[in-house]
Design a protein around this ligand. Sequence first.
Ligand code: AMP
Length: 326
Amino acid sequence: MSVIEEQILEQIKRYDTIIIHRHQRPDPDAFGSQLGLKEILKASFPEKKIYAVGKEVQGLAWINEDDNFMDVIPDATYNKALVIVTDTANAPRVDDQRWPAGLEVIKIDHHPNDEPYGDWQWVKDGHSATSTMIFEFYEKLKDQGLVMTKKAARLLYIGIIGDTGRFMYSIDSETFRVVSELFKYDFDYQEIHHAMATISENAAKLSGYVLQNISILPSGFAYVILTKELLKQFDLKDAGTAFVVPLPSKIDCVKSWAIFEEQDEGNYRVRLRSRTIAINKIANQFEGGGHPMASGAWAQNQGDIDRLINIVDSALSEKQDAEKED
Ligand code: AMP
């Protein structure tokens, strides 16, 4: 029995109020791990007050089946609360920065543990999803009072297919073992696949733009810059641009790629992906981080964009040269 999971459950049992956070700009694994854990704890300890906080995201509202998506709580709720943060590598990225006001803080995550914030950390670097960890947490401690529900299983499955790109990346036998256990709860997986696989008409048109306008360097690095004006033309509403991120991976010569998305403030959110070299250390140089093959970062201006392109391009070229010599 792993000690840390038992210690986490011990803390959960000690508190009447538990507040669960996750990262800003949440993806399905952030929601799945946060809301899945909330459902498990609600079912296991009906007498406790369990909250999940953070901004709502219209494009992912389908994930929640309840009327209220995220809980809105006053500052005073933190005075006697245990805080659990899921799927968030760095403290500044926690959505709702009141999290340190909790009496104790537990970090549960599957990113490299570059910033071990909080009083307790359970980090499985490289695990397929934080949602996978939440299922393992339940499974290891079900004899000590943890209860799984259909609703929780659905949320954890959403997290796992989100972070694995519907089983394209970061998969192993453990991922499929957990999924096979989750399937015993008989949730509607087709509804989930449909919601995750379809995009709006305008999003499809932007996808066409990305594939038409992507720059591909001889090293195998590809990038596209999405300006504010351009995004306005496509009128995506709150859908976000996550759907464009996997598109360059469909091009066989592309080895690493970046999507630069201009923000209202004039800086650029960078979504960096790779199937060869690790790019998270490069993301670290641009206020970012993440997994070796999937990271996020920031470019303040065109100079940063050029510098980032150069760094990834050089790293890929060096790898290419080294491979030629072998
Ligand atoms: P994204 O490109 O936003 O889908 O993020 C890809 C991965 O990188 C996710 O695991 C994120 O949690 C992580 N990530 C994104 N942006 C940042 C950032 N600024 N700092 C640290 N990690 C990040």
